[in-house]
Design a protein around this ligand. Structure first.
Ligand SMILES: *[C@@H]1O[C@H](CO)[C@@H](O)[C@H](O)[C@H]1NC(C)=O
Ligand SMILES: *[C@@H]1O[C@H](CO)[C@@H](O)[C@H](O)[C@H]1NC(C)=O
Length: 431
């Protein structure tokens, strides 16, 4: 309950701060998404800016071989970040180093390079990876190809370490590329290359940097998924309810143990945004009504970056303005009002009318995702209001992108298969 109060009060804060006239992201002068860093200030992936107990609510990369312990499914525990005080994102319990040191890293399908805060880091929290007590820790030289892939890497002289800076939600991380053993549940990735963060410099992101690091699950070269050797290229997760405090969700690696005979939709590739998992959203139904949507707002365009992605690091699903408005209007038609706004949500209603709320179904090529009620509605702290838990994309350069976010992915198994280039979704209760 306290969480819900915080949650909604943060939405309110966010809304009031996002309508300033000098919003640098409001100019539609650039159509090429490649110029906007995914975690830059104008990105829909932009992380929160205010230091908040609920920072996510703002918006809400083979190298080496893998050794794995047995020929059985590799699975690591996943929880809503609030289980460990990292509110707003989902975290996966990892161990890094020898012997392994436990960290709760944010699960991010839209990032490639992973990182953890290391001993002596300035601007980091107290949970830090003690490199000196790991016998397998190895800093990486800047002449290595991994260094070239790490964002912002430069190699001034041979024999120097691979240092790089990366922006994240308005803040900047300084890190040294290193490698060590990464243990994920009952499996491990040897020689996992990641950023050992030495400093976090606040640039208005205000505490948006995941305090215990990030596990990059994007499609790029430096992603843990690319580094996972024999297990590479296929993973799935089940995210428990964001209200849950249990590590009952899971991240499963490799083909073994993934659900079979499930509906899939093709994954699309955007060369300008190689980390992202694009899918073809072809329509949205509210109740029995297929909402009329101009296909231009759904179309995948690798040149502009337009289309639809599935993302674990964004909280609230965002549709481009015209899509959101059409969905919302149809939703309102089928439910008794009056309707009010609450924070980021503009379609809130008396909770007692909730039974009337129509089901929202996302249609993808080859796959229909009928959203469970908990993935469609969110409640006010008092429980008296229910709100349609989706919003319009921020009105900026990235407003062509539809993002299917984590609130809409609770208690589903989502399988990312880059080998066969498809994404599968099936219901799985993992609370
Ligand atoms: C990272 O940023 C810091 C602070 O701005 C700067 O001193 C340092 O040279 C940068 N490092 C790299 C590798 O760009
Ligand atoms: C997406 O689906 C639409 C409707 O079926 C189809 O016309 C379009 O070609 C598809 N786009 C891609 C990139 O597969």
């Amino acid at each position: 309950m306290a969480v819900q109060i915080l949650l909604l009060s943060f939405f309110l804060l966010y809304t009031s701060s996002s309508i300033t006239a000098s919003d640098p992201c409001s100019s539609p002068s650039h159509s090429d998404l490649s110029i906007v860093h995914i975690h830059g200030p104008c990105s829909p992936f932009r992380r929160p800016r205010a230091a908040s107990p609920m920072p996510w609510l703002d918006e809400t990369k083979d190298l080496e071989r893998v050794s794995y312990l047995a020929n059985r499914p590799i699975s690591a525990p996943v929880a809503s970040g609030q289980a460990v005080g990292i509110i707003g994102n989902y975290v996966v319990r990892i161990k890094i180093g020898s012997p392994g040191q436990t960290m709760y890293t944010v699960l991010d399908t839209s990032s490639d390079v992973g990182w953890v805060p290391c001993t002596g880091c300035t601007g980091c929290g107290t949970a830090q990876f003690d490199t000196s007590s790991s016998t397998s820790y190895e800093p990486l030289d800047c002449t290595l190809p991994q260094c070239t892939f790490a964002n912002g890497a430069s190699c001034p002289t041979t024999g120097s370490s691979c240092l790089f800076n990366q922006s994240y939600g308005g803040d900047t991380l300084s890190a040294a590329l290193a490698r060590d053993v990464l243990v994920l549940g009952n499996g491990q990735v040897a020689n996992y290359a990641f950023g050992c963060v030495t400093a976090v410099v606040s640039g208005g992101g205000g505490g948006s940097v995941p305090p215990q690091g990030l596990l990059g699950l994007g499609r790029g070269y430096m992603s843990m998924i690319s580094q996972a050797g024999a297990l590479a290229g296929v993973f799935s997760y089940c995210l428990p309810s964001f209200r849950s405090y249990y590590f009952s969700g899971s991240l499963k690696l490799g083909l073994t143990g993934q659900p079979t005979n499930i509906r899939t939709t093709p994954l699309l590739r955007n060369p300008h945004r190689p980390s992202l998992y694009y899918v073809n959203l072809t329509g949205i139904s509210v109740g029995r009504v297929n909402v009329p949507i101009d296909p231009q707002f759904l179309a995948f365009d690798p040149n502009t970056g337009a289309g639809t992605i599935i993302d674990s690091g964004t909280v609230i699903t965002r549709f481009v303005g015209p899509i959101y408005e059409a969905v919302r209007d149809e939703f309102k038609k089928q439910l008794t009002g009056p309707f009010t706004s609450l924070g980021a949500f503009d379609t809130c209603f008396t909770a007692t009318n909730q039974a009337e709320a129509p089901t929202v179904t996302l249609h993808f090529t080859g796959l229909d995702l009928k959203l469970p009620v908990e993935n469609t509605l969110i409640h006010s702290s008092s429980g008296s209001l229910g709100c349609l838990a989706m919003a319009s994309a921020p009105d900026n350069v990235n407003s062509v992108l539809n993002i299917i976010a984590s609130l809409q992915q609770q208690n589903l198994r989502i399988v990312f298969d880059t080998v066969n280039s498809h994404l599968g979704i099936t219901r799985e209760v993992c609370n």
